[in-house]
Design a protein. Structure first.
Lengths: 138, 274
């Protein structure tokens, strides 16, 4: 089994002007011991994708409600596309060449996602005062 | 702060001892590479003659970690044991308990991480690595100079100046400009084809936004293929207990989640995992 750990966070690229943002998604695998995985020099974390940044919304603008919905749908679609290769592999397993010359049948599974709270809110499409892990009402 | 030898797993408290260790045990990187490869192709060793096998001897002895290996596909279950105990506090001795429920192991997994094939090009890759460890660079000097250029962040124009002013000798290093150096660097990672970027477009009602992504499966392939991780990769879940029978939770594969998913029948696998 290959547990995949994902990470994402929206980040500002410019501080005072330009309003440029990037939204990187990273991935690594749980087969590596955490001491090695998290070592900066081990290069075990790969950049998986750069998500599209939705257009900026005016604050307190009710007319943009539709736009928010579209943004959320777009994000869902993008993630579906990125995760798509795992669909068959997680069910049936995929033979993957390993470094020890063996080819085990691997089941890559999305197992964890590391993100801060606001990121979780965006990804799960929940209210920002709700809990992304449990079913406690906001 | 102890230094860990990057070629074997010995630890050294002082820089002097580490240096003598490097000089004596890893005098020739060629030999080190040959010893690192667990199943070196027999013809490589015989090709290189007697001096290599002689020189190889002391390294293998000092290299307790590789020696204790069952040299195979036991999926890192027993393999990691000595290393794991080292990493934790030494006073709590860790007992390995590989009580895999047999049924679960054979049910959906032919023995968690067991091989269903062999990588065909592996032998050739090992041989190439042994014979030309500096590939795609022609020599050690070429590689060291390039890594010095990059690590000290020398700009491209300065690198071009370095060669055009005649400070550097391009014949001994194998490249003569930034352009030729970049060509070599492109071939440095043999698995880079796994990391192709794909481009997608999404419509968000106002405009079409481009975004870029990689194939997740290929990223997994890339990571699992790295020789650097070979001795640390874990394919099977494990339950660890200490001396008093208390369960130890340390790494991801020693926790319950992995075990639970591994034991699941394949039809439920997908549902539970997400």
């Amino acid at each position: 089994m290959v547990p995949i750990i994902g990470m994402s966070d929206q980040t500002n690229l410019t501080n005072f002007s330009g309003d440029k943002k990037a939204w990187p998604v990273y991935m690594t695998i749980g087969n590596l011991p955490s001491t090695i995985r998290n070592r900066p020099g081990s290069m075990a974390i790969l950049l998986l994708g750069l998500l599209p940044i939705p257009p900026k919304l005016a604050k307190f603008c009710r007319a943009d409600k539709l736009q928010r919905l579209i943004n959320a749908d777009t994000l869902g679609g993008v993630f579906e596309l990125i995760i798509a290769p795992l669909n068959g592999a997680a069910r049936e397993g995929a033979p993957i060449d390993c470094a020890d010359a063996k080819i085990p049948r691997c089941f890559p599974i999305m197992s964890g996602w590391i993100a801060d709270h606001m990121e979780n809110v965006t990804l799960h499409g929940i209210k920002s005062n709700a809990c992304p892990k449990s079913e406690v009402p906001p | 702060m102890p230094v860990k030898c990057s070629f074997c797993r010995k630890r050294y408290e002082r820089a002097g001892a580490y240096e003598t260790h490097l000089r004596s045990a890893h005098a020739n990187l060629d030999i080190v590479l040959a010893s690192t490869i667990r199943n070196p192709p027999a013809d490589v060793l015989t090709d290189r003659g007697t001096d290599l096998s002689d020189a190889n001897e002391p390294i293998e002895h000092s290299d307790s970690d590789y020696e204790s290996d069952p040299a195979g596909d036991t999926a890192g279950s027993e393999r990691d044991a000595p290393d794991d105990t080292l990493r934790r506090e030494p006073e709590t001795e860790v007992l390995e308990d590989n009580t895999y429920p047999v049924a679960a192991e054979q049910e959906d997994y032919p023995g968690a991480g067991e091989a269903i094939g062999e990588v065909k090009e592996y032998k050739e890759e090992c041989r190439d690595l042994c014979e030309n460890p500096w590939a795609p660079f022609a020599s050690a000097q070429g590689f060291k100079l390039a890594s010095w250029f990059i690590e000290s962040k020398v700009s491209k124009t300065r690198i071009n100046d370095y060669f055009s002013n005649g400070i550097g000798n391009s014949t001994s290093v194998g490249y003569s400009s930034m352009h030729t150096l970049e060509n070599l660097l492109r071939h440095l990672d043999p698995y880079s084809p796994y990391l192709q970027w794909l481009e997608g477009h999404v419509e968000d009602g106002q405009r079409t936004l481009p975004f870029f992504y990689r194939n997740v499966l290929d990223c997994v392939r890339y990571l699992l293929r790295q020789i650097a991780y070979r001795d640390d990769l874990v394919y099977a879940p494990r339950r660890e207990y200490d001396q008093s029978g208390q369960r130890i939770y340390a790494e991801m594969h020693t926790a319950d989640w992995w075990w639970d998913v591994q034991v699941l029948p394949r039809s439920l696998f997908y549902v539970k995992a997400y």
